[in-house]
Write a protein that binds this ligand. Structure first.
Ligand code: CUA
Length: 314
């Protein structure tokens, strides 16, 4: 799928701006130190020792103390102070109107829950722009790391404790992210996107997500709903409001209530198109080797029906 390379140098959130400012300060000071050292080196190389300089070791001593002790001490002190200021700013308490979202890392996808809204989705974190968002991060298996460079720094997702990361986006938009901690062979296919909406759009999105799943409108999709249950998909995936698949399983695979409305499948491995959905169900390991989901043992008619059903779940 088409992704732009996420960058820390185009910040769109408060925490990311702090980090980018600190980076530019370090680049600037490092640049100054580099220039001073290069100039001193060139001057030293071009100067021929004279009788006079040979008898004046104090000049060299001044360079050593100035360039080797004073300059590094001053620069490192400036960076230390700036770092402490940035760390305090980045870890400041969220505002009272913050939205809480629980994010659970899985090999290799993101479970995203809105505990106050009874909304569950995957691999997409929808937030209101201009408001603090408190992410409660944990892992269902190994260590992952949540990183959306345009919005904030990295934060690990651990199996045995919850880490909190506060993010905010200045304006509506799409902000791409990745898992930033090697977590197995499909670590690279553990992508996510944060979608920031204005308040009205965000409320509408929540309303939409709270709906139960779309009821099949044709025979093929209705057959697909039966296949979903009979083939065992419902053992790992929930579809809110669907006959036989509404029970909340221990979360193994993503909630599929609105799967067709998401931009990607398999945490960014595939664009969310009908043919990709069909290919994915047919043999997920051919696309993302090592995933928990087994290949479907379905005849082609059943596969078409299942894909038609899931493809209608907007
Ligand atoms: Cu999850 Cu890398």
């Amino acid at each position: 799928m088409k992704r732009t390379l996420p960058t820390t140098l185009d910040p769109s959130g408060s925490a990311a701006r702090e980090i980018a400012d600190l980076w530019w300060l370090m680049v600037g000071l490092g640049g100054i130190a580099f220039v001073v050292v290069v100039v001193a080196l060139v001057v030293g190389l071009r100067r021929r020792p004279t009788e006079e300089s040979d008898h004046r070791p104090s000049a060299g001593g001044r360079w050593l103390i100035g360039g080797g002790v004073v300059m590094p001490a001053v620069l490192i002190t400036i960076v230390l102070i700036a770092t402490i200021v940035s760390m305090r700013a980045v870890s400041s308490a969220p505002s009272d109107d913050a939205v809480r979202i629980d994010v659970v890392g899985h090999q290799w996808w993101w479970e995203v829950r809105y505990p106050d809204e009874q909304v569950v989705t995957a691999n997409e974190v929808h937030i209101p722009a201009g408001r603090d968002v408190v992410l409660e991060l944990r892992s269902a298996d190994v260590i992952h790391s949540f990183w959306v460079p345009a919005l904030a720094g990295k934060m690990d997702l651990l199996p045995e404790r919850t880490n909190t990361l506060v993010i905010d986006a200045d304006r509506p938009g799409r902000y791409e992210g990745v898992c930033a901690e090697f977590c197995g062979i499909q670590h690279a296919n553990m992508q996510l996107v944060v979608v920031a909406h204005d308040e009205v759009e965000f409320a509408a999105w929540l309303d939409d997500q709270r709906r139960t799943a779309a009821v099949p409108t044709d025979d093929l999709a209705a057959r697909g709903e039966e296949v979903f249950v009979s083939a065992g998909c419902a053992g790992c995936h929930r579809i809110g409001g669907s006959d036989g698949a509404d029970a909340e399983p221990e979360t193994i695979g993503p909630d599929l209530t609105h799967v067709a409305g998401r931009e990607s499948l398999a945490a960014g491995a595939l664009d969310n198109t009908f043919s990709n959905l069909r290919d994915w169900i047919l043999d997920p390991h051919a696309i993302k080797d090592g995933v928990l989901m087994p290949a479907a043992e379905l005849d082609p008619d059943e596969l078409d029906a299942l894909a038609a059903y899931l493809g209608g779940l907007r």
